[in-house]
Design a protein around this ligand. Structure first.
Ligand SMILES: [Fe+2]
Length: 293
């Protein structure tokens, strides 16, 4: 049955994630915003298939949900060079500016490789994000799925003693933490200064539903105020706990898919594909949350 905004949901997984029908991203309205937000509060990952929109329309659609991030000006991110897109677009691609497949030692490729780690977009920023919205332009014939974990379900399943232990803790997040783990991307001194770490609560609360979730993953370096090793061990324990197969949804992309995920209550990662042979070209837009303290 359609809800009051005309949207229908087809669950894609027993715990979270749904395909949403009846949404036209080319016609952003307050009603569409309300409908998508209600679906996001329930499913955390929503797939809007068959969206035939350009980059400007994607930005206009995302703006109904709040202020947008601009991509960082890192060598690897291509955020500083793509003149063909509005400034809010993050090109998620293995193509160079010239439209050729990136070479193995391309800085942008090295930067991108860390996306294979479980992560949450933008937690390394002082201002976190609510939704990421990724629109598929070109998809390789095999691989390159995006996997998601519902960290609300993971939080709910934690032993009570662990819930008490982590209540009120804050973690430090840095883009250079994840880039140091995989990909071998080396930031310049300017980049290190421009993108300092950020601190966020380890347990997030959805203001609309009151549901709690774990805010962890690859950008986290340590727990604020704890010895580094002890904090690292706690994060590793939580990460291992959260990776149960029953909380993972793998999205197999189709051209035109608009996949929206809530960064406050999910982690995601990219899976492998033959990136020296096939093109994978998507565009992301990210909605800002409030400023972190
Ligand atoms: Fe991501």
């Amino acid at each position: 049955m359609p809800d009051t905004t005309g949207l229908t949901a087809r669950p894609l997984h027993p715990v979270f994630a749904a395909e949403i029908h009846g949404a036209d991203c080319a016609r952003p309205t307050p009603e569409l915003r309300a409908g998508v937000e209600a679906m996001m509060d329930r499913y955390a990952v929503c797939v809007l298939p068959g969206q035939d929109i350009d980059a400007h329309q994607q930005v206009a659609f995302a703006r109904i949900f709040g202020a947008l991030e601009n991509p960082p000006r890192a060598r690897g991110s291509r955020g500083d060079a793509s003149q063909k897109f509005p400034p809010e677009i993050f090109p998620i691609t293995n193509l160079t500016e010239a439209g050729e497949i990136q070479k193995e030692d391309d800085a942008a490729r090295q930067y991108r490789l860390a996306n294979a780690l479980w992560h949450t977009d933008s937690t390394f920023r002082q201002t976190g994000s609510t939704y990421s919205m990724l629109h598929a332009q070109v998809i390789p014939p095999a691989g390159a799925d995006t996997q998601f974990i519902d960290t609300r379900a993971a939080y709910d399943a934690l032993p009570e003693a662990m819930k008490k232990r982590i209540e009120g803790l804050r973690a430090e997040h840095s883009i250079w933490e994840s880039r140091g783990k995989l990909g071998g991307y080396t930031p310049t001194p300017e980049e290190l200064v421009a993108r300092p770490p950020a601190r966020h609560p380890l347990v997030k609360v959805n203001p609309n539903t009151g549901r709690k979730s774990l805010l962890i993953a690859a950008h986290v370096s340590h727990i604020v105020g704890w010895p580094r090793d002890e904090g690292r061990a706690l994060i590793d324990e939580l990460m291992e706990f959260a990776q149960k197969p029953e909380w993972i949804y793998s999205h197999v992309w189709r051209v035109g898919d608009m996949v929206i995920w809530d960064n406050r209550c999910t982690m995601h990662r990219a899976t492998d594909f033959e990136d020296s042979k096939y093109t994978r070209d998507l565009r992301r837009v990210t909605v800002r949350e409030y400023a972190a303290a």
